[in-house]
Design a protein around this ligand. Structure first.
Ligand code: NAG
Ligand code: NAG
Ligand code: NAG
Ligand code: NAG
Ligand code: NAG
Ligand code: NAG
Length: 218
C-alpha cells in the first residue's frame, strides 16, 4: 500500500531506488547480527539441582551409607547453536576450598540443544547419578552440621565443549570448568533455591527478528 502511494507521490525510479537501498541496509544489519551472534556466544551455565548424602540425613540411621546422590544441570542459552560436551569429570569436595576430594564421577559425552527463542526458554540437560564417597568423615560432618546448621560442600565439573558455528561448522574445543558451593543441612540434602535464567539474548533476537520482518513487509 505504502509502496503504491509513494510511487504516485515521488515517481517510480526514486521509490525503487530508495526501497532497494533500504533492502541492502537491512541485509547488512542482518549479516552483522548473525556474525555477532556467532562470534559472541554466551557460555553454558552449570547448576547443582540436587545433592543428597543419606549418611547425613538425621531421619535415617544410615551412617554407613556412602552414597552421594546428585542431579547436575547443564544449560544452553544460545538460540543458534547446540553445545557439545566431552566426558565431564565431576569432583565432590567436603569444603569450599577444594583441598580434599571425597568422590569422582564421569558423565559420558552429551549434547545440549539450542534454546527455543519462540518459547523464551533455555534448554536444560539434567544429569543424575550416584557415587560412593571415600574419605568423607561423616562424624565430623555431622558435628559441623549440628553446630552450624549446615556444612558446605563443593561440586566441580571439568570438561571441554564445542559450539555450532555458522550452522555448518563447529568451534574448536575449549576448556569448560565450573564449580558450585552447596550447603547441606541435617536432612542430608541441599537447600537449593530456584534459579532465574538469563533470557535477554533470546529476547533481543526475538525483537530483532520482529523488527526486520515488520519493516520488510511494509
Ligand atoms: C537408629 O539406631 C539407633 C541404634 O541402633 C536406635 O536407638 C534408634 O532408635 C534408631 N533411629 C531410627 C530413626 O531408626
Ligand atoms: C543409601 O541410601 C540411598 C537413599 O536412601 C539408597 O537408595 C541406597 O540403596 C543406600 N545404599 C546402601 C548401600 O545402603
Ligand atoms: C583444607 O583446608 C581447611 C581450611 O583451610 C583445613 O581446615 C583442612 O584441614 C584442610 N584439609 C586438608 C585435607 O588439607
Ligand atoms: C578423584 O580424582 C583425583 C584425580 O584423578 C584424585 O586425585 C582423587 O584422589 C580422586 N578422589 C577420590 C575420592 O577418588
Ligand atoms: C557403593 O557401595 C555399596 C556398598 O558397598 C555398593 O553396594 C554399591 O554398588 C556402591 N555403588 C557404587 C556406585 O559404586
Ligand atoms: C578427566 O579425567 C580423566 C581421568 O582422570 C583425565 O584423563 C581427563 O584428562 C580429565 N578431563 C578433563 C577435561 O579434565
Amino acid at each position: 500500500m505504502r509502496y503504491l502511494a509513494d510511487i504516485q507521490r515521488y515517481g517510480r525510479d526514486v521509490v525503487d531506488r530508495a526501497y532497494t537501498i533500504r533492502c541492502y541496509i537491512w541485509l547488512a544489519i542482518a549479516v552483522i547480527v548473525i556474525v555477532l551472534f556467532n562470534i559472541c556466544q554466551v557460555s553454558p551455565l552449570f547448576y547443582v539441582r540436587r545433592l543428597y548424602i543419606p549418611a547425613l540425613d538425621k531421619s535415617l540411621n544410615s551412617s554407613t551409607n556412602a552414597s552421594i546422590i546428585f542431579d547436575l544441570s547443564f544449560i544452553n542459552r544460545e538460540i543458534l547453536s547446540n553445545v557439545y560436551y566431552d566426558p565431564v569429570n565431576v569432583t565432590f569436595y567436603d569444603s569450599p576450598n577444594q583441598n580434599h576430594s571425597i568422590a569422582n564421577f564421569t558423565i559420558p559425552e552429551f549434547t545440549v540443544k539450542q534454546s527455543e527463542y519462540k518459547a523464551f526458554k533455555s534448554t536444560e540437560e539434567v544429569k543424575s547419578g550416584v557415587v560412593n564417597t571415600t574419605g568423607l568423615d561423616f562424624e565430623a560432618a555431622k558435628r559441623e552440621i549440628a553446630a552450624n546448621g549446615f556444612k558446605v560442600f563443593h561440586v566441580s565439573v571439568e570438561t571441554s565443549v564445542r559450539h555450532d558455528y555458522y550452522v555448518f561448522w563447529k568451534t574448536k574445543r575449549y576448556v569448560y570448568k565450573r564449580g558450585k558451593d552447596v550447603k547441606i543441612g541435617d536432612t542430608g540434602a541441599a537447600n537449593l533455591g530456584k534459579d532465574i535464567f538469563v533470557w535477554f539474548r533470546v529476547t533481543l533476537v526475538g525483537l530483532v527478528v520482529m523488527f526486520l520482518s515488520a519493516d520488510i513487509y511494509f
